[in-house]
Design a protein. Structure first.
Length: 343
């Protein structure tokens, strides 16, 4: 049996995602081999595919993908903490490897065991998106029940996770999304704002009077951050944590500088540095798997596509207008890929 994985061969459009075939990798000492069942697709994959300028971008050629769920199918020497057949999840971003692959060798100590019976496509949504959302809500903003929050990109991967976890935390929520995401945002429990056709600052004032306690902003850009800050009421916090809306080094630099200058404002509002979400993963991910197993959260899967259709997943990502997270299935059920399915 061979391994198949996606490789980015040059920076550019979705066509640079190439499927390659190679020998099955063998786990080294302390490693296990994971047969991947679900690999997450994210805005970060898109940004690093387009350009190597994003901080921490992998060097060409590389396999993209930040998060996987799968089953342990081979053990390297000196591994006693994990058994063959165990379902596991991993974040691959700090492990120097990417998730768009049928098989991956990963350090046993970096794996998170899954409770039995979880849908791999839903479980993979938790690894980065829900861990990030949890960190921004609790570590970044320190939200309290009853507070009002505005979540940008509320139909997206991290955004929809913020809305679901915000609902559990008892927040009053508003969420920006394009027209296609409005229903999903409402169904998750937030009041949608169509950011392409409405001025979100004016709409927040209209809906709340004096603004919100917290804005979660993964969109970035100088003008966007200043407007998010404007949507805050007295004592409010701006939690910026991404640049989904800014292209190129200039956009990223403008975002970072704007956040810094806003944090110096002598008013009662704050714009702190966001936490490193991965630092809390050992506490948050087991907790989140528990919530999924108990049915208290239900991640939105925008579409499930075969691994070989990674380029199509990136085209969907570029078009936007989907709700939730795109997931690649290396071993898809028969018929999948003829038409992407949601849920
Ligand atoms: N700091 C961290 O630890 C961390 C971790 C994970 C992700 N992130 C960052 O979080 C961001 C989102 O990642 P993701 O994977 O969730 O992406 P995603 O699924 O592509 O979601 C992005 C969403 O943003 C929306 N959007 C685009 N421009 C917008 C605007 N101007 N106003 C409001 N919404 C807008 C899109 O909605 P429409 O399609 O409806 O336009 C889409 O739903 C990325 O920047 C990523 O790098 C940060």
């Amino acid at each position: 049996m061979n391994n198949h994985r996606i490789v980015v061969t040059a920076h550019g459009g979705p066509e640079v995602l190439q499927l390659i075939e190679e020998e099955l990798p063998l786990p080294g000492p302390g490693e296990v081999r994971v047969r991947v069942q679900a690999a997450g697709v994210s805005a970060y994959d898109l940004m690093s595919r387009r350009s190597g300028m994003l901080p921490g971008s992998p060097k060409i050629p590389y396999t993209p993908g930040l998060d996987v769920v799968g089953v342990v199918d081979a053990l390297g020497a000196d591994v006693s903490s994990i058994e063959l057949g165990q379902s596991v999840a991993a974040g691959t971003v700090k492990l120097g490897t990417g998730g768009y692959s049928e098989f991956l060798c990963l350090p046993a100590g970096e794996l998170f065991p899954l409770p039995p019976g979880l849908d791999p496509a839903k479980a993979v949504c938790l690894v980065i998106n829900y861990v990030t959302a949890h960190a921004m809500l609790h570590g970044g903003a320190g939200v309290q029940a009853g507070e009002r929050v505005l979540i940008h990109g509320a139909a997206g991967g991290v955004g929809s996770a913020l809305v679901q976890l915000g609902g559990l935390a008892g927040l009053e929520m508003y969420g920006t999304a394009s027209a296609a995401g409005q229903e999903a945002v409402r169904a998750l429990g937030a009041t949608p704002i169509d950011y392409r056709n409405e001025d979100f600052v004016a709409r927040i004032r209209e809906l709340t009077g004096d603004g919100v306690d917290v804005v979660f902003d993964p969109i970035g850009g100088g003008a966007q951050l200043r407007r998010s800050y404007k949507a805050l009421r007295e004592g409010g916090r701006l939690i910026w944590f991404g640049v989904a809306g800014s292209r190129g080094v200039g956009g990223i630099a403008a975002t970072v500088l704007t956040r810094f200058f806003l944090s110096l404002n002598p008013d009662s509002k704050t714009a702190p540095m966001p936490p490193d979400a991965w630092e809390s993963v050992r506490d948050s991910l087991p907790l989140l798997f528990g919530l999924l197993a108990e049915g208290k959260i239900d991640p939105l899967v925008a579409a499930r596509l075969p691994l070989a259709e990674a380029a199509e997943a990136h085209r969907i990502l570029e078009r936007g207008g989907y709700a939730g997270k795109l997931v690649l299935l290396p071993d898809p059920p028969a018929g999948l890929g003829e038409e992407p399915i949601a849920g």
